[in-house]
Design a protein around this ligand. Structure first.
Ligand code: IMP
Length: 441
């Protein structure tokens, strides 16, 4: 093993948890570095399905699991997740950063009210208070985990904050005001229950590096939901890209050995925003419905996922933005029944007619892009029992080879089902050849 970042290379929900779970076996420490309970990670072990929102999905291997300073934590959800997973994971190895920010009740109320008021500007958030929590962090008025442990500090911060939030709740959204004392009592109590998990997690990571331990940084959401590099404003409020791991965990980039991207063999998106390869008809329905265990429904919100063909233009962008060394392709088996499979390999600008193989900009013009497809013959046979690259039907291999060539990155892992063993390792994802950057945009 080595120090490895796993990131989503699409719009989130790429199947990162399965890849992290696979790699966590040989890791000593698993770190989540951004986001909060907007994430939903599903891992299937021996037919049992485990769903995680906050706790790193490496937890099932009883590893030291860290929730880093870049995360936002809803204490109520954290405590119920710990309770629900208590017997299955080693919670004494769970550590929460003192400086992670806390999602407070006003964040949840404002997230929901703001979304409802946006009309056609709606983002489709998970309503888990993520944006408002990060907004307060940037405004330097957030509440951090360490504040929950200090009666005086918590009370004083709430005495200042809640009257201000009440102006927004009451005047802007016609919602009932919050009472300082009630919020204080509830959140101070959460703090007491969380105290045993709270640590200087950046120091734990630093010491683990010194002890030559293997650290796995587990990204949530995906590259195209990144606040800076995603399809703004239809993004989350954190940095799911590889660079976010350094800031969100509190480590320097020099300790990172490898960055692994995870993409589905097709593409999905939950929430609003541009999705050039989205398929609304029969193809979209088939992608959504195939495979019971893979049903395309958001783990966090239960919303049906928007589905479409693989977008190699966005794939190239993800390789670039994250500096990916290799790729894990998940859910190849979902394509097993298709007569033909398409990949968007270039865009045409609907206004100017220009074509692009590299994303010209993830700015406003992104919504004007229409896909230009390459069509592949489907393999029309089950891949779910394949355990090596050569077991795969020739058409599936052609499809994967095309993606690797076009994205200029090797495919190290292919997943053909939700179970741990339904995984093909083509090349060692950790010790395989380091990717050499040769192309320019
Ligand atoms: P928020 O993170 O709840 O503010 O939501 C912002 C956007 O990111 C919405 O389009 C959500 O659907 C999307 N999003 C947030 N978390 C996830 C995730 O874990 N998977 C997929 N989409 C997500």
């Amino acid at each position: 093993m080595a120090n490895v970042i796993v990131v989503g290379a699409q719009f989130g929900d790429e199947g990162k948890a399965k890849v992290t779970d696979l790699l966590a076996k040989n890791a000593d420490v698993v770190v989540r570095y951004q986001g909060g309970c907007n994430a939903g990670h599903t891992v299937v072990v021996d037919g049992e399905t485990y769903k995680f929102h906050l706790i790193p999905s490496g937890a099932l291997y009883q590893k030291t699991c860290i929730m880093g300073p870049g995360m936002v934590i809803d204490p109520e959800r954290f405590l119920s997740e710990v309770e629900a997973l208590g017997n299955l994971i080693s919670v004494d190895k769970l550590r929460v950063s003192t400086t992670a920010h806390v999602t407070m009740p006003y964040h949840l109320m404002i997230d929901a009210a703001e979304e409802d008021s946006r009309g056609d500007q709606k983002i489709g958030t998970t309503k888990r208070g993520i944006g408002p929590t990060y907004a307060d962090k940037c405004a330097r008025s957030g509440i951090r985990v360490e504040d929950l442990l200090d009666e005086k500090v918590l009370r004083s911060k709430l005495e200042w904050m809640i009257p201000r939030k009440n102006v927004i709740l009451e005047r802007l959204y016609n919602l009932p005001p919050l009472k300082v004392e009630e919020v204080f009592t509830q959140y101070y109590e959460y703090g007491k229950r969380m105290a045993k998990y709270v640590s200087d997690t950046a120091a734990i990571i630093f010491n683990s590096v010194g002890q030559k331990k293997n650290i796995l940084f587990e990204g949530a959401q995906g590259t195209l939901l990144d606040l800076d590099h995603g399809s703004y404003p239809y993004v989350t409020s954190s940095s799911p890209t590889a660079g976010g791991a350094c800031i969100g965990a509190g480590i320097g980039p020099t300790i990172i050995d490898r960055v692994i991207g995870v993409s589905k063999a097709y593409m999905t998106r939950v929430g609003e925003g541009p999705f050039p390869t989205e398929q609304e008809g029969q193809v979209g329905d088939m992608l959504r419905q195939i495979g019971k265990a893979w049903a395309e429904v958001g783990v966090t919100t239960g919303r049906p996922r928007r589905c479409g063909w693989f977008d190699a233009v966005l794939g190239r962008y993800s390789v670039r933005i994250n500096g990916l060394d290799c790729l894990a392709i998940t859910k190849l088996d979902v394509l097993d029944e298709f007569d033909e499979i398409k990949v968007c390999n270039a865009y045409r600008d609907k206004i100017t007619g220009e074509t692009f193989k590299e994303l010209p900009s993830i700015g406003a013009s992104f919504k004007n892009m229409e896909p230009i497809y390459e069509t592949f013959k489907g393999w029309k046979t089950s891949t779910s029992e394949c355990r090596s690259y050569k077991d795969l039907p020739v058409e599936a291999r052609k499809y994967l080879d095309f993606l690797a060539d076009e994205l200029d990155v090797s495919i190290a892992i292919v997943s053909v089902g939700p179970q741990r063993d339904q995984t093909i390792v083509i090349e060692d994802p950790i010790h395989g050849p380091k990717r050499v950057l040769t192309r320019s945009t």
